[in-house]
Design a protein around this ligand. Sequence first.
Ligand SMILES: *Cc1c(COP(=O)(O)O)cnc(C)c1O
Length: 360
Amino acid sequence: MHEGILRNTRTGAALLASEPHFISPEGDLLDLEFEPFFDLNAIARRKPNLWRYREALPIILDENIVSVNEGFTPLLPLNFLGNQVWVKQEQLFSTGSYKDRGASVLMSKIKSLGIKHVVQDSSGNAGCAIAAYAAMAGISCEIYVPATTSSSKIRQIEAYGAQIRLIEGSREQTAEAARVASKSSYYASHSVNPYFFQGTKTFAYEICEQMGWKVPETLVLPAGNGTLILGSWIGFNDLMRAGITDRLPTIIAIQAESCCPLVHAFDQTPMPDVTTTIAKGIAIENPVRAAQILEAVRSTHGFFMPVTESEIMESHRECGLHGFYIEPTAAATIAGVKKYLNNYAPASLVTLFSGHGLKK
Ligand SMILES: *Cc1c(COP(=O)(O)O)cnc(C)c1O
């Protein structure tokens, strides 16, 4: 096993992965360069969780793995508008969203580094996942959240024993407060820390394995901070480089029209004022990895698509009537699927329920 190297995304300088870097000394974003290995026969014999891709995850010692058998969520065929689509059941994770993928791998890395205290900022689900996995690892944790965060998510974070730091102000001001705190602590950020994406990439591995090591034509994903878009992009590229697949799925990225900076950046149109949305989990005005997200989607020949509040509410209601209770943020992606299928007829389309309805 090896642990890869950390690469400064601006200067190209390398940093040791054995050192506790989450951002470069100059303040630039880091990516992890890590060559994964896949033994498809060994993988098929392992337990159905995301650690079945053991040699593709950048953690050296098994004893540092922080896991509760998360992952390998069902990929269900469901019907939308007369089209069959595959919906990965990412609302079924222990904390109620797919953020557990990132949290499991990131917290395992943090444990490997011997770190005892972390800070993080979140509008909800990422905070829940980091708090839960910190609790499992016996690592103390402070989560910065905007004062407008739903009280059920705050209660959930507190239930894991994390300290809540309520910030009166925007999501951006909350992130800034956590960044200041991270100067004297380790920043377990889902948007900044490169190891979080080493967990979300398993979403791609699982889809590919569940489809018989094939790649779907289209992947419809939410776009907030892009943790799933960038994770999927890493994962599908890993599989292609390993010679297991020969192409990438086209990524269609969904934002709420009320807050869709990436739609406008991609289309090079001016961004209107942000208004409130029920899809709070993807209402990110300034995604720190915006340039990477735009480039990832572009490289798959995909695009960004906004959905309106009434489309989100309609999809939320419809999912319930099909027997699926998801949070409004998750319904935005499904609204995007419906909109996409009005104009396109992909041979295969994969999407997800990103978060559980019981915690909104
Ligand atoms: C985090 C999250 C998203 C969006 O993910 P980003 O990584 O911010 O792009 C979508 N749905 C739910 C339920 C989430 O928790």
